[in-house]
Write a protein that binds this ligand. Structure first.
Ligand code: ADP
Ligand code: MG
Length: 255
């Protein structure tokens, strides 16, 4: 029996100002699988993640979450985007971590992590606090729960952002270059947290330039270029014997 992907996009299209940014992308991730997405700047990686996280509507194509179409439905042959209220419910299934951590500066680490639980999920303050502290402990920040973002390093702030996404208990975690904004010496602590998350069985899509991380942690590596997927393969194959000239050229620049 083939298992059903946790999240899947089919024939995804997106255009900005008349420019085709996604040109029919098919992509999926199975339960417990980690997919790394590589590709040059401007190739559409972030756009795909934002569409998967239901932060923006696609122009065409389908987004399927645990076997169910989300974000839009077909009505008499036309695609109808769902109202915001329904999107908000579907969005909870997808955790997203951005390059910029976007923490609220006036809230402590614990408060930042709690916010989604209390304001979106209606969880009690007490339970939200317990769960948030447990999640901060999981990312190695139990001692920093009462610190404000300005009192934390970039690596610590990004780990708070990861805890904030995880505490909502998502079915899949999307990471958009989570270490690109960090000083080099802080990259490792964030990658370590992500690796342990992968080992715990989390389903993950990671857009990254960290080739060594992709090679070590991902089950499959995907190359994006010009709004299409160029190549997709197991890491060993992807890095040692890529099938496409475009992949070889890309790898020659990042190695
Ligand atoms: P990547 O993450 O691979 O660097 P992006 O998905 O961010 O690529 O961007 C792909 C292309 O889409 C780029 O040319 C970018 O300028 C354009 N783009 C992305 N978001 C927007 C937007 N909100 N409005 C207009 N153009 C956008
Ligand atoms: Mg990007």
């Amino acid at each position: 029996m083939t298992q059903e992907p946790v999240i899947q996009v089919r024939n995804l299209h997106k255009t900005y100002n008349g420019i085709d940014v996604l040109k029919g992308v098919n992509f999926e991730v199975d339960k417990g699988q980690v997919k790394a997405v590589l590709g040059p700047s401007g190739s559409g990686k972030s756009t795909m993640l934002r569409l998967m996280a239901l932060l923006e509507p696609a122009d065409a194509g389908e987004l399927i979450l645990k076997g169910r179409r989300v974000g839009a439905r077909e009505e008499r042959g036309r695609t109808v985007h769902l109202p915001e209220r329904q999107l908000a419910v579907q969005r909870r299934e997808v955790g997203m971590v951005f390059q910029r951590f976007n923490l609220f500066p006036h809230l402590t680490a614990a408060r930042n992590v709690m916010l989604g639980l209390t304001s979106v999920q209606g969880v009690s303050h007490h339970e939200a606090r317990e769960r948030s502290l447990a999640m901060l402990e999981r990312v190695g920040l139990a001692e920093r729960a009462e610190h404000y973002p300005s009192e934390l390093s970039g690596g610590q702030q990004q780990r708070v952002a990861i805890a904030r996404a995880l505490v909502m208990n998502p079915s899949v975690m999307l990471f958009d270059e989570p270490t690109s904004a960090l000083d080099p010496e802080l990259v490792g602590e964030v990658l370590d947290v992500m690796e342990s998350l992968a080992e715990s069985g989390m389903t993950m899509i990671v857009v990254t330039h960290e080739v060594r991380f992709a090679r070590r942690v991902a089950d499959e590596v995907t190359l994006f270029d010009g709004g299409v997927i160029v190549e997709q393969a197991a890491p060993e194959e992807f890095f040692t014997s890529p099938q496409h000239e475009r992949t070889r050229r890309f790898l020659s620049h990042v190695h």
